[in-house]
Design a binder for this molecule. Structure first.
Ligand SMILES: [Zn+2]
Length: 127
């Protein structure tokens, strides 16, 4: 194994994907799903035994970049939902009709004119 690539995040992900696909195949009792489940496992084994270390590193790098950006996007979405739930009693959220920016205004102020801080568009809303 000295000159082989070995395991990385992408290989581990492919093994887990294989296990999940095989599990789903067993649940649905469809052997086709089980067979499809072996494809990521085969790719993972091929990658681990590969001698083309530069290429495998590049694949893993792209995978890590993609998953990290997805994780960051998901965390931001969860944070936004958490903030909205926290502020539900005290604030209302509106989208700017011009630039679609999300605007937060205090609740219970009657009908007010909201000025978008991004594009300076003014619009009337009941809070
Ligand atoms: Zn705007």
């Amino acid at each position: 194994m000295a000159d082989r690539y070995g395991s990385d995040r992408l290989s581990i992900f492919l093994i887990i994907l294989s296990i999940i696909l095989n599990f789903i195949g067993n649940l649905l009792k469809t052997p086709v799903f089980g067979l499809i489940g072996y494809i990521p496992l085969a790719i993972s084994i091929y990658r681990m035994l590969s001698k083309n270390i530069t290429r495998r590193r590049m694949e893993n790098y792209k995978f890590v970049m993609f998953t990290d950006s997805f994780t960051a996007w998901f965390k931001k979405a969860v944070d936004n939902i958490t903030i909205r739930i926290r502020d539900a009693k005290t604030h209302r959220y509106f989208s700017c009709p011009d630039c679609r920016a999300k605007l937060r205004v205090p609740k219970g102020k009657g009908t007010i004119i909201i000025t978008c801080p991004k594009c300076k568009t003014e619009f009337k809303k009941k809070t």
